[in-house]
Design a protein around this ligand. Structure first.
Ligand code: GLN
Length: 311
């Protein structure tokens, strides 16, 4: 093993040991099925641009993507429609608010960005059905290509969110009431629930983040999933908005584009260097994995990953 590879392996192992004892935070329970998760699961994974896979702990444990799906569906929308068309419907400003906030720009009615639920529901709605591929199949195909393997849906988590997701439905109705959209967010919110219930592991998420870091080309399969400019656009929005109202502090301290989800997944990307993911389901009050945040912060410091550094 090269010295660099050894440093990564050691760092992941050491951080897994250091933070396994951290039991702060709570499981998400507003989606009842998520409250049944094993709370102590903890996995870390990193994939480099040459396709090396590094991991520690429960990096092969399945869980649902939840909001970690948002940047990848945004990437699909950007690939299909282009940046200007997507920006007509979803802005790209940090909201400074929680993921489920009712935050629509007063003058245009657009959601602030595609990382909060309001923006993500429109992003999903913007993916057109084609004659032989319905919207959700296109999304699942795209998520699978980012991961480098065929993904599937956790039907129990999907049913649980569909049964309780009235806040997101309310958001969709509100969006529809604010202006002339080319698509129906109310119809699309059920697809959004399905996209959130796509099942992955920390290793899958590391491959997905690595694909964004690698200019849209999956470093494991060589598949060009999205064009390079789209990968850069998605990383830019992750950097400013991916951690919701904690995005500024995250960029300040950790210095990497990132995205969290309420099932406990967290990704970060080092452009042209690596994709990183953690899984640990206990969350802080903002809906981010407590151990994931601690581990990625410590890893960034230990390996000097902060993007603004001039080493
Ligand atoms: N499916 C969840 C929701 O829409 C995703 C939220 C999240 O992961 N932050 O409420």
């Amino acid at each position: 093993m090269s010295p660099a590879a050894e440093a990564v392996t050691d760092a992941l192992r050491e951080l897994h040991t250091r933070f396994a004892g951290l039991r702060d935070g709570r499981l998400a329970d507003y989606i009842p099925q998520l409250a049944r998760t094993e709370p102590d699961a903890f996995g870390l994974a990193l994939i480099s641009m040459d396709g090396h896979r590094y991991s520690a702990g429960d990096a092969g444990t399945p869980f649902t993507m939840q909001s970690v799906s948002k940047p990848f569906v945004y990437a699909l929308a950007l690939s299909v429609l282009g940046l200007d068309e997507v920006c007509r419907w979803v802005s790209a400003e940090p909201s400074g608010e929680a993921y489920n906030a009712i935050s629509l720009e007063p003058d245009t009615g657009r959601p602030d960005n595609a990382m909060v639920n309001a923006g993500a529901i429109i992003t999903t709605a913007l993916i057109p059905d084609t004659p032989d591929t319905p919207r959700f199949e296109r999304i699942l195909d795209c998520l699978s290509r980012f991961a480098g393997r065929r993904l599937d849906v956790d039907e129990q988590v999907y049913a649980s969110e569909a049964a309780t997701g009235d806040r997101n439905r309310a958001l969709a109705y509100l969006i529809r009431s604010t202006g002339p959209l080319p698509v129906d967010p109310v119809a699309a919110v059920e697809t959004y629930f399905r996209q959130c219930a796509v099942r992955v592991t920390a290793l899958d998420l590391a491959a997905m983040a690595a694909t964004l870091a690698n200019g849209g080309v999956n470093p494991l399969t060589g598949d060009a999933v999205v064009p390079e400019p789209v990968a850069a656009q998605v990383l830019a929005v992750m950097a400013t908005c991916g951690m919701y109202d904690a995005s500024g502090e995250w960029l300040l301290r950790v210095g990497l584009p990132a995205k969290s989800g309420v099932s406990g997944g967290l990704i970060a990307a080092g452009p042209a260097r690596f994709g990183l993911a953690t899984y640990s389901p206990r969350l802080d009050p903002g809906g981010t994995s407590v151990r994931g945040r601690a581990a990625l912060g410590a890893l960034s410091e230990r390996l000097g990953l902060h993007l603004m550094h001039n080493p």
